[in-house]
Design a protein around this ligand. Structure first.
Ligand code: GLU
Length: 506
């Protein structure tokens, strides 16, 4: 394949909201496809809808993409910075008869001015409703005299015409979809959609609608494959008509199935967090999240689930994308996260733990240098009991910081025997006197004391665990003691003595 024939794909979010899981999945599919094929992945920000755009959201969208590891080769290209190119395309469609000027006066529609009506139409369409307006506008049939009169009237009322696509009255518009196969729509069912809005009061730019801007850019960016959510399937016939009107060959379309909640309705806030940002905050691992999302609507052709990035890149193809809507199953996402926490090479997990400890303000630079080995070993020791990254700074806090709390339930359960204060004092003295600090030596001190006192070792083990890490559940005690080190363990035991005395006498 020559460079020229390598695929060029794009992800084109509109900054009207955060990057949600559906958008993230679309971005990942485009990215995997581009990388698998050695093609180019372009990021385009579709921000021509001045009313609904929130420019401040763009940074968050880029950040979420970066977190997912989805990197782009070109862009971000902002449509709002290219506003001059769209009217030219609309004018070209006008000139070759594929479009017409629409002078509809505001009163033709109930309420609002012309541009608002277009927005209502678009919003209704986005929700999958058929716009309420007539399919064909009367302006389509204006002769020159009628057009002049309409123009004069519009000018008098202070608005400029919009440009609408002249959809054929009869016949069908068809396109091939790499996932959904051949799709065909009766032209009579496609309304004369707007290409260029009539400028609102105070606006100078003639703003394109999504359909026009999308097609113009896809042509100019030489996009070969449009991979996007199946919610856009109903837009594609219109876009196919624009391609034809502009005399351009359409790209390959590949619509990917929707993501539904467990009740099989469209994934929404009712089902829990929908933005990628909330999963970042909760402490999911990006690679786990990406693995999980990739399997929403795609499969490798076998039962493979745990697919690290290199494997996804190797195995991804559009042929594996299914038409069946996917269910966002949170327990499965959690399962993936736990798998990644356990299975990632510790060096790959370490940067995430580092970020978490920094966030919790308990990170120490030595762990990146002289004590790197210790840091990696401690991650290995603690990770079997972690589910999310914050577990490293909460549940496993005692491994990294002396500043931790004793868990209330753990104290209730394991610091209640009246003999404990005296026993723990002896145990502390035993550890302070220990010269060799290793698993077996620590084990021996405790068991010898239990035997001498005629008590079960478990009593001391449980009480000690709470004293040294604050938790009832932790990795094996003597491994923990070795990981934390003699000096800190003895200090922690000494610090716990008054608390144990207070607890057992209460
Ligand atoms: N801006 C559109 C969206 O966010 C992009 C649709 C497309 O990929 O063509 O849904």
């Amino acid at each position: 394949m020559t460079t020229a024939s390598k695929p060029r794909v794009r992800f084109a979010p509109s900054p009207t909201g955060y990057l949600h899981v559906g958008g993230a999945r679309t971005a990942i599919f485009n990215w995997l496809f581009a990388r698998h094929e050695g093609g180019t992945f372009i990021l385009r920000i579709e921000d021509t809808d001045v009313e609904r755009n929130k420019p401040e959201l763009v940074d968050g969208i880029l950040e979420s993409l970066r977190w997912l590891g989805v990197d782009w080769d070109e862009g971000p290209v902002f449509q709002s910075q290219r506003l001059e190119v769209y009217p030219a395309a609309a004018d070209a469609l006008l000139a070759n008869g594929s479009a017409y000027l629409c002078y509809c006066a505001p009163e033709k529609y109930a309420g609002g001015d012309h541009a608002e009506v277009e927005e209502v139409e678009e919003a209704e369409e986005a929700e999958g409703k058929k716009p309420l307006k007539k399919q064909r506008c009367g302006c389509r049939h204006l002769d020159e005299a009628g057009r002049k009169a309409a123009e004069a009237q519009a000018a008098e009322q202070g608005f400029q015409p919009a440009i609408r696509f002249r959809v054929p009255e009869t016949g069908t518009t068809a396109f091939d979809d790499a996932v959904f196969g051949k799709r065909e729509v009766q032209n009579a069912e496609i309304e004369d959609f707007v290409l260029l809005r009539s400028p609102k009061a105070g606006q100078t730019a003639r703003l394109p609608t999504y359909h026009l801007a999308c097609v113009v850019d896809d042509i100019e960016m030489r996009i070969t494959h449009v991979i996007r959510g199946a919610d856009h399937l109903s837009n594609t016939p219109k876009q196919a008509l624009i391609y034809r009107g502009l005399g351009a060959a359409p790209p390959v379309f590949a619509h990917v199935p929707l993501i539904l909640g467990p009740d099989k309705t469209r994934m929404s806030k009712r089902h829990g967090a929908t933005s990628v940002g909330s999963y970042i905050e909760e402490g999911f691992l990006p690679e786990a999240f990406r693995n999980f999302l990739t399997l929403l609507g795609w499969s490798a052709g076998d039962d493979a689930q745990f697919l690290r990035t290199a494997e996804l890149l190797e195995r991804f193809s559009l042929a594996g994308v299914s038409r069946t809507n996917a269910i966002f199953d949170r327990p499965k996402l959690e399962w993936f996260n736990t798998q990644y926490l356990q299975k990632l090479p510790v060096e790959d997990l370490a940067p995430h733990v580092e970020a978490e400890l920094k966030r919790a303000k308990i990170w120490r630079e030595v762990w990146a240098g002289a004590e790197r080995d210790w840091f990696l070993r401690t991650i290995d020791l603690t990770r079997p009991r972690t589910r999310l990254l914050p577990d490293f700074s909460t549940w496993a806090r005692g491994f990294f910081s002396d500043d931790f709390f004793y868990d209330g339930a753990a104290m209730e359960k394991f610091w209640k025997d009246a003999k404990l204060p005296a026993l723990m004092e002896k145990l502390t003295a035993g550890y302070a006197a220990l010269t060799e600090w290793n698993h077996d030596a620590c084990d021996k001190v405790l068991r010898d004391l239990a035997a001498a006192e005629g008590i079960k070792a478990g009593l001391l083990i449980n009480a000690t665990r709470v004293a040294i890490v604050g938790q009832a559940v932790a990795p094996p005690l003597f491994d923990t003691m070795v990981a934390i080190g003699k000096e800190r363990i003895v200090a922690r035991l000494r610090r716990a003595l008054p608390a144990i005395a207070a607890k057992t006498s209460s």
